[in-house]
Design a protein around this ligand. Structure first.
Ligand SMILES: [Cu+2]
Length: 259
């Protein structure tokens, strides 16, 4: 009974894997890869986070989890401008980047490290640098999850691939800033307070080994794709890996995944 049910389940599961895998893999042999970043606090903001970017050709699904961010701004949720910065050193600046000595590293002072905006991580509409400070189209509040599938520019795709893309989340509670710095206007937009655009968290998007597939099947699929560079091989390997998991139990599947 139990065995029969397992056997019956195999074709359906294998088909499911095939369908899931084939969407990106069959898209004209496009490049697919993933980047991940751990976002570290900048400017004493207390803000941290995680970012994941799954790239399929010129399309990317961006996921961000942010915590410890500034909560309110003029009685509403504090808007957090967030971008993928590109084409510089691919690093996050330390306190020594504060060239004007006001006790904070503003966005402009960080440009030599993380570069200029390649993609604005807005919630709707345009994602170009034109939307850098479209505050009504960014997430807000002290913690949030962001997910959006968007079109990459060739420049952003290139930086993601070579490891020089950096996620920067902006907007710091002014009470956490030195008084003189919090009294300034933004270096990016003189109509906004400095706190609204000050970098709060930053992380370099490094290549991820995980890919989009879950658990044991991921290693097999990713390695097959790299070695064979063939969509068919990837699908076959993922299907076999999952069948082995169902039929043979975790010992067989584990060996397969590591081989
Ligand atoms: Cu930015």
């Amino acid at each position: 009974m139990n065995t029969k049910m397992r056997l019956l389940a195999v074709p359906a599961l294998a088909l499911g894997t095939l369908a899931l895998t084939s969407t990106p893999a069959l898209a004209h042999g496009e490049d697919s890869w993933s980047n991940q970043a751990t976002l570290g606090t900048m400017n004493n903001s207390g803000t941290t986070g995680q970012a994941m970017v799954d790239v399929h050709g010129m399309e990317a699904t961006v996921t961000l989890n942010v915590a410890g961010a500034a909560e309110t701004f003029m009685d509403g949720p504090f808007p957090h401008a967030q971008h993928i910065h590109i084409a510089a050193q691919g690093t996050c600046p330390g306190p020594e980047a504060d060239t004007d000595g006001d006790g904070v590293v503003n966005t402009t002072e960080g440009h030599p490290f993380y570069g200029h905006i390649g993609t604005s991580l807005t919630t709707t509409g345009d994602t170009s640098a034109d939307s850098a400070l479209a505050v009504e189209r960014f997430p807000g509040g002290s913690s949030y999850t962001y997910e959006r599938t968007l079109e990459l520019t060739p420049e952003t795709a290139a930086s993601l691939k070579d490891g020089s893309a950096v996620v920067v989340v902006h907007g710091v509670d002014p009470t956490r800033m030195p008084a003189a710095a919090s009294a300034k206007m933004s270096d990016l937009d003189p109509s906004l307070p400095a706190a609204a655009t000050l970098p709060a968290a930053c992380g370099t998007l490094v290549a991820s080994q995980m890919g989009a597939m879950p658990d044991g099947a991921a290693d097999t699929g990713v390695e097959a794709a790299t070695a064979a560079d063939s969509a068919g091989m990837t699908i076959a390997a993922a299907g076999v890996g999952l069948a082995a998991l169902v039929l043979g139990g975790t010992a067989v599947a584990g060996r397969r995944a590591r081989s």
